[in-house]
Design a protein around this ligand. Structure first.
Ligand SMILES: Cc1ncc(COP(=O)(O)O)c(C=O)c1O
Length: 426
């Protein structure tokens, strides 16, 4: 690269990657190995003691994964990142550095159903308590803050409704409370929204979705903005207190503005263990190279499909922030002017039964539990991704019984509209 600051598309292709020093291979090789040979005993000891950076064992780090980490950190404007086995693993590992039993974190009610499940049930067994707040009313975030609050968690574009979150307003609540703001940026990707530019301290992703983009690999990533002072108020002992397993080093003092990413790796990933396969890292890296092209086409297609549905007599409502009449449109213009993403919901006048019929009648849209594939996808969240919630919680999460969710792919938009047309008239 030259001295010029590279643009987003250039970073999507080049950040973190060099021709392989041994073979000259231009694409990032898949380092499909469990472990790495030490130069000598001193080298091994210094790697284990965190006195030197280098590869030890693929559960803790791997050169293919390292390229992916550097690339996502560059795209998000963070200082460092850690790739892990799934989006859910990223959430566990990020919060593992921050919460001790009895602690609380505040989360937006509008979240992916699996995250609501993870936070409500599994995290309870760790003694981590979630307190819910409403992104439509920022005061509910202020009211939820207590002396035990250790983090705030939101999605930039919320799954399933694709609603745009006012990141700056919630970042201000987090700053006032002295806790980090964690933003799940899965549905937006850094092409549409860079949460760190709006005050986020930590960004997490399911790489499984638009970043990988081809529906072939599960993965997750945690990005450290490098902005948070972990020693202030002595609230985060994992980062600020001496670590007995590393000869008493203090992670923040030693690693400065990438301390959080290091803690996630050397405490979280090392001990909890959800490592990303280098093969998946390779596929996801290949996907990221075309992220800007794909994401723009996803958004353009989604807008055309939302406009079509909005005009259709069988459709009761469309929730897509890219439509000028949508209540989230002003936030979309502020946070994601290039497009409001490609995941959104709509409801049919025929209610639950019509929704289920539509899903079965679609041919080009695949009926499955994923978003962010090149292919167009459809699901009925109330009976699948959000089925574990009671009726009131489903509605609060934007997944009521009459709601159908689309993840619009990058096929020709005319074919997608024709498929919806035949299914709606069937
Ligand atoms: C917004 C969001 N975050 C996190 C996840 C969890 O990711 P993964 O399935 O990679 O664990 C998902 C999965 O659908 C998601 O949509």
């Amino acid at each position: 690269m030259t001295d010029r600051t590279p643009g987003f598309s250039t970073l999507a292709i080049h950040a973190g990657a060099q021709p392989d020093p041994t073979t000259g291979a231009r694409a990032t090789p898949i380092y499909q190995t469990t472990s790495f040979v030490f130069n000598d005993a001193d080298h091994a000891a210094s790697l284990f003691g965190l006195q030197a950076f280098g590869n030890i064992y693929t559960r803790i780090g791997n050169p293919t994964n390292a390229v992916l980490e550097e690339r996502v950190a560059a795209l998000e404007g963070g200082t460092a990142a850690l790739a892990v086995a799934s989006g859910h693993a990223a959430q566990v590992i990020a919060l593992h550095q921050l919460l001790r039993p009895g602690d609380e974190f505040i989360a937006a009610r509008k979240l992916y159903g699996g995250s609501i499940n993870q936070f409500t049930h599994s995290f309870k067994s760790f003694g981590w308590n979630v307190v819910w707040a409403d992104t439509d009313d920022i005061k509910t975030f202020e009211a939820a803050v207590s002396p035990r609050t250790k983090a705030i968690f939101i999605e930039s574009l919320a799954n399933p409704g694709g609603t745009v979150t006012d990141i700056e307003a919630i970042a201000q609540v987090a700053r006032n409370a002295g806790v980090p703001l964690i933003v799940d940026n899965t549905l937006a990707t850094p092409y549409l929204i860079r949460p760190i530019d709006h005050g986020a301290d930590i960004v997490v992703h399911s790489l499984t979705k638009f970043l990988g983009g081809h529906g072939n690999s599960i993965g997750g990533v945690i990005v450290d903005a490098g902005t948070f002072d972990w020693a202030a108020g002595n609230k985060y002992p994992m980062l600020s207190e001496p670590r007995p397993e590393y000869h008493g080093i203090k992670i923040q003092e030693t690693f400065g503005n990438f301390a959080f990413a290091i803690a996630c790796r050397v405490l979280g990933l090392r001990d909890l263990g959800p490592a990303l396969s280098p093969f998946n890292a390779f596929l996801i890296l290949t996907g990221i190279e075309t992220l800007p092209l794909r994401m723009q086409k996803h958004c353009d297609n989604a807008k055309a499909v939302a406009e079509y549905l909005n005009r259709h007599p069988a459709v009761a409502s469309v929730s897509y922030a890219g439509l000028p009449e949508d209540k989230g449109h002003n936030l979309a213009r502020k946070y994601c002017p290039k497009g409001a993403g490609a995941v959104f919901t709509f409801s049919l006048k025929g209610g639950y039964d019509a929704g289920v019929r539509l899903v079965s009648n679609l041919k080009l849209f695949s009926h499955l539990a994923n978003v962010g594939d090149t292919r167009s996808l459809v699901i009925h969240p109330a009976s699948t991704t959000h089925s574990q919630l009671d009726d009131a919680a489903k509605i609060r999460a934007g997944a009521g019984p009459d709601i159908v969710r689309l993840s619009v792919g990058i096929e020709d938009k005319e074919d997608l509209i024709a498929d919806l047309e035949q299914a709606l008239s069937a």
